[in-house]
Design a protein around this ligand. Structure first.
Ligand code: AMP
Ligand code: MG
Length: 415
C-alpha cells in the first residue's frame, strides 16, 4: 500500500480526487462470508451471484382481467363472436385447450391456456351468456406476461457485490430462495481523541466539550451495516493512545479516529503510528476538513479524521464511506450523485480548496435552487442537521453569484 500519493513531501496539499483514488486503490474487500436468511440480507453485500433456479414468472400469464383468445380467430374488419368455454383463475389454471372460435375468461396472473396467444381486456369485450364479442383493433400477444420476463432460469438474477435493499429481498424471495451468501459484516473501531473531550453523562469541566463525533459516526456506520467497537474518548497521552490503537487493530478491520491529526497536535501520534504501522498524514485541499491521516495499523485500515464535527462528517462522506463500501465488497461502487442547480446566494471563496457548503434545496419556479443552511463554520454541526445537500465548489472557484449554476450532492444519496 502506498498511502502517500503526494510523494515524499507529505506537507503539500493533496487534491480530493487524488486522496480518494489513493484510498480506494489501497483497499481490497474482506474475505469472510456467511449464509443468512432472506430478511437478514437487508443491507448486506452479496458474496456470490444469485442464480435464478426458475423462470419468474414461471408461466406465461395474463397481465389483465379479460378473455384469452387466438389472434388468428379475430376478424380484421368487424366484431368477432367467440364461445366462452371456461375460466382461468390465478393459481387455478384452465386445463383444457382453446380451440378455433373459442375463448376462456381469464383473471390477472392466471396461466395462459393452451391454444390462446392474446388477452383482450374485459372493458372492451361484450359478454352475452356463453358468448363474448371482441371488437377490432386487438394485437397478437397483447397483455401477456411472458415466462422469464422478469428473471430467466439459469441467469444471474442479482450479481455479487450488490448491497441488498428491499427490492433485492423481494427478488430473492420471488425465486423461492430462502438463504443467500453474503460478506461478513465489517468491524469498525471508533474513538475520539482529545483532553478536552468529555463523554456525555457528566457535567462539563472548564474548557471541555461533549464528544459528538462518536455519535455521528455511530449513525453513519450503523446505517452502513458495520459492526461497531466503541473505544470511547482517549486522552492525548501517548501510552493511552498506543494502548487503544493496539486493541483496535486486533479487534477491527478498520479504525476511525477523530481529532489529533492537525499540524502541531499530531507529532507524537505520527511518531507512534509510524512505529505501529504505516500512516500518511495528509493536508487535503478541502474545506472543511484539511487534516486527515490514512494508512494501516497492524492489519487494520486507519482513517484519522479531523476533530471538528462538520469536518468529520464531510471527510467521512467524501473519503471513508466509499472506502468502507469497497471493503464490504460492494461492486461497482455507486458513482457520487451530483447535479447542477441554481445558486440562491452569493459568496466569495479563496481558490485552492474544494469547499463543501451545507445547503438546502428549494424550489425556484420550475427549477431547483440551493441556499446555505445556517452558519458554515467547521464546528457548527447544526448546519448539517438543517442541510439536505452539500454544495460542492471546485478548487478553482473564487466566487459564486446568485443565479450561477452550482453542483449539489444530495444527502439522500449518501445512505
Ligand atoms: P483537533 O483536530 O483535535 O485539533 O480538534 C479540532 C476541534 O474539534 C477542537 O475544537 C476540538 O475540541 C473539536 N473536537 C475534537 N474532537 C471532538 C469530538 N469528539 N466531539 C466534538 N468536538 C471535537
Ligand atoms: Mg485534539
Amino acid at each position: 500500500m502506498n498511502p502517500n500519493p503526494a510523494g515524499g513531501d507529505d506537507r503539500s496539499f493533496l487534491a480530493v480526487d487524488a486522496a480518494r483514488a489513493a484510498i480506494l486503490g489501497a483497499l481490497t474487500p474482506i474475505a469472510g462470508r456467511e449464509r443468512v436468511a432472506v430478511r437478514a440480507a437487508l443491507g448486506r453485500v452479496l458474496a456470490e451471484d444469485v442464480i435464478a433456479p426458475c423462470n419468474v414468472p414461471a408461466h406465461d400469464n395474463s397481465a389483465m382481467d379479460g378473455y384469452a383468445v387466438r389472434a388468428a380467430d379475430l376478424c380484421a374488419d368487424g366484431e368477432t363472436a367467440l364461445a366462452v368455454v371456461g375460466t382461468a383463475f390465478a393459481g387455478r389454471p384452465f386445463s383444457g385447450m382453446v380451440g378455433a372460435g373459442q375463448a376462456v375468461r381469464i383473471m390477472t396472473g392466471a396461466t395462459i391456456p393452451q391454444g390462446a396467444d392474446t388477452i383482450v381486456v374485459q372493458e372492451v369485450a361484450r359478454r352475452e351468456h356463453e358468448r363474448v364479442f371482441i371488437p377490432i383493433g386487438q394485437k397478437k400477444g397483447q397483455n401477456l406476461r411472458r415466462a422469464g420476463e422478469d428473471l430467466a432460469e439459469g441467469g444471474v438474477a442479482i450479481p455479487a457485490g450488490k448491497r441488498c435493499g428491499p427490492a433485492e429481498l423481494g427478488l430473492i424471495a420471488s425465486l423461492g430462495i430462502a438463504e443467500v451468501c453474503v460478506r461478513r459484516r465489517l468491524r469498525v473501531a471508533v474513538m475520539s481523541t482529545g483532553d478536552e473531550i468529555a463523554s456525555i453523562g457528566r457535567p462539563l469541566g472548564p474548557g471541555e466539550v461533549y464528544d459528538s463525533n462518536r455519535y455521528t459516526l455511530h449513525g453513519v456506520l450503523t446505517r452502513l451495516g458495520c459492526e461497531l467497537l466503541d473505544l470511547g474518548v482517549v486522552p492525548d497521552r501517548p501510552e493511552a493512545l498506543e494502548e487503544a490503537f493496539r486493541e483496535a487493530a486486533q479487534a477491527a478491520d478498520v479504525i476511525i479516529t477523530s481529532g489529533g491529526v492537525s499540524v502541531g497536535e499530531a507529532d507524537f501520534i505520527r511518531e507512534m503510528m509510524n512505529r505501529m504501522g504505516e500512516v500518511a498524514f495528509w493536508k487535503l485541499a478541502i474545506k472543511p476538513g484539511r487534516p486527515m491521516a490514512f494508512g494501516r495499523i497492524g492489519d487494520a485500515v486507519l482513517f484519522g479524521l479531523p476533530g471538528n464535527p462538520v469536518a468529520v462528517m464531510v471527510t467521512f462522506y467524501q473519503f471513508v464511506q466509499d472506502a468502507l463500501l469497497q471493503l464490504m465488497g460492494v461492486a461497482p461502487l455507486p458513482a457520487p450523485e451530483r447535479f447542477p442547480v441554481r445558486a440562491a446566494f452569493s459568496m466569495r471563496k479563496q481558490p485552492g480548496r474544494v469547499e463543501y457548503l451545507r445547503g438546502r434545496l428549494q424550489r425556484s419556479g420550475e427549477a431547483l435552487a440551493v441556499a446555505p443552511a445556517g452558519a458554515q463554520g467547521s464546528g457548527v454541526l447544526s448546519s448539517m442537521s438543517e442541510a439536505d445537500c452539500f454544495v460542492v465548489l471546485p478548487a478553482d472557484c473564487t466566487a459564486v453569484r446568485e443565479g450561477d449554476t452550482v453542483l449539489v450532492q444530495p444527502f439522500h444519496g449518501i445512505v
